[in-house]
Design a protein around this ligand. Structure first.
Ligand code: ZN
Length: 178
């Protein structure tokens, strides 16, 4: 795991919007790698990366709740801790967070506390999503910090990982193999 990876170069012909989309997708793919690693150790596949304004990855995290038996070991919190540790600073202004699943209330709040600038997520979470679905943490004017929120980047891939993870478990529940 390194923290010095750069996104791929972009064609000059691409518009600024296309470049931004390509950049977001390429960092989301790194978050997806983290999510796959989470699944490999028996955790729900959610991954996150933090990227600075220059396009350098400065923090990575994946859900390790089962592995660590820690209710707060969500991907976003792990990535924030990674970046803060490396920088020796809790204030992470200017960073963009890429996460495969819409953050829960705890993580959406942690992003406020870290003062991040932007959040990009893959698929929504109907049961815990706290930046668009159930709450709008990140855009709430009552809080002391806000960040830009963008969903829908590589949604199908991010959701597919979760479906693949839960499918055999649901089957097990339906048919306990008596
Ligand atoms: Zn969370």
């Amino acid at each position: 795991m390194t923290s010095s990876e750069k996104p791929t170069a972009f064609a000059d012909a691409a518009t600024a919007d296309e470049q931004a989309l390509t950049r977001d997708a390429s960092f989301m793919r790194v978050a997806i790698e983290e999510a796959v690693a989470a699944a490999n150790s028996g955790d729900v596949p959610v991954g996150a990366v933090l990227v600075d304004a220059a396009g350098m990855i400065v923090g990575r995290g994946r859900n390790r709740r089962e592995l660590l038996q820690d209710p707060t070991a969500h991907a976003e919190v792990e990535a924030l801790r990674d970046a803060a540790r490396q920088r020796g600073a809790w204030r992470l202004a200017g960073l963009t967070v890429y996460v495969t699943l819409e953050p829960c209330p705890m993580c959406a709040g942690a992003l406020v506390n870290a003062r991040v600038s932007r959040l990009v997520y893959g698929c929504t979470d109907p049961k815990a999503g706290a930046v668009d679905t159930l709450f709008t943490i990140g855009r709430d004017l009552r809080l002391n910090h806000r960040y830009e929120v963008q969903g829908g980047v590589l949604t199908d891939e991010c959701a597919g990982l979760l479906r693949a993870f839960f499918a055999p478990r649901r089957k097990e529940k339906a048919d306990p193999g008596r």
